[in-house]
Design a protein around this ligand. Structure first.
Ligand SMILES: *[C@@H]1O[C@H](CO)[C@@H](O)[C@H](O)[C@H]1NC(C)=O
Ligand SMILES: *[C@@H]1O[C@H](CO)[C@@H](O)[C@H](O)[C@H]1NC(C)=O
Ligand SMILES: *[C@@H]1O[C@H](CO)[C@@H](O)[C@H](O)[C@H]1NC(C)=O
Length: 180
């Protein structure tokens, strides 16, 4: 009798002390849709390149970044990449990994940007809850339209060893939405 009471009392006490976590529900009821909506906002693009003589290209850097959100999950990915290609341009073959702080479950996002066509391509994988078995992968791309200003400075008294020219392009932060 005594031992039976003890056995009955223990689970009740344990339950009162710490509720066992229920299986985590999907963070978003519509998670797993085959038509997710993406938001890239803000999108920042800038570049800088120099010439050390009329024909020799010098240091150059292109920077491209955006914050990526999808209506499937409640966290965002920070995506950024840089380029040391001529004139700081980006080629679509260069893939960059995004960083996703917070959130839970599987989450990876990568992107590429092609300066010539202004197309951003994104691959993202996610699960709808902490320990869900299903991992979704979505792939999409969008052509972006940014307002950019380019200015070039040319050294009026150039002699060998000095900077011959520099060109800076800065774009107004832009945004894009993609309905897949
Ligand atoms: C994008 O540009 C905006 C406005 O200039 C700035 O506030 C923001 O920090 C930039 N974001 C990144 C990731 O560089
Ligand atoms: C997206 O995935 C496809 C197929 O795996 C791959 O060919 C492509 O390079 C990836 N793109 C990015 C931006 O990660
Ligand atoms: C180019 O370089 C000169 C000299 O270093 C600097 O004063 C100027 O701000 C630069 N211009 C641009 C557009 O980057």
């Amino acid at each position: 009798m005594f031992s039976k009471l003890t056995i009955l009392a223990l689970p009740a006490l344990a339950a009162a002390a710490s509720c066992p976590a229920p299986p985590s529900p999907p963070s978003n009821p519509s998670c797993g849709s085959t038509h997710p909506k993406w938001t890239l906002d803000p999108i920042n693009l800038s570049s800088y390149y120099t010439y050390t003589s009329p024909s020799a290209s010098g240091p150059k850097l292109g920077s491209f970044s955006f914050t990526f959100a999808t209506d499937q999950v409640d966290y965002e990915a920070q995506c950024s990449g840089s380029s040391v290609n001529p004139q700081g341009i980006f080629y679509g073959s260069q893939v960059f990994e995004c960083v996703t702080p917070g959130g839970s479950g599987s989450k990876t996002t990568s992107f590429s940007f092609d300066s010539a066509s202004s197309v951003v391509s994104v691959n993202t994988t996610f699960t709808c809850c902490d320990v869900c078995d299903v991992v979704y992968t979505t792939i999409g791309s969008v052509k972006i339209d940014l307002e950019c200003e380019t200015s070039t400075w040319r050294n009026p008294d150039w002699v060998a060893g000095e900077l011959y020219s520099n060109t800076t392009t800065v774009c107004e932060p832009g945004a894009a939405t993609v309905q897949l």
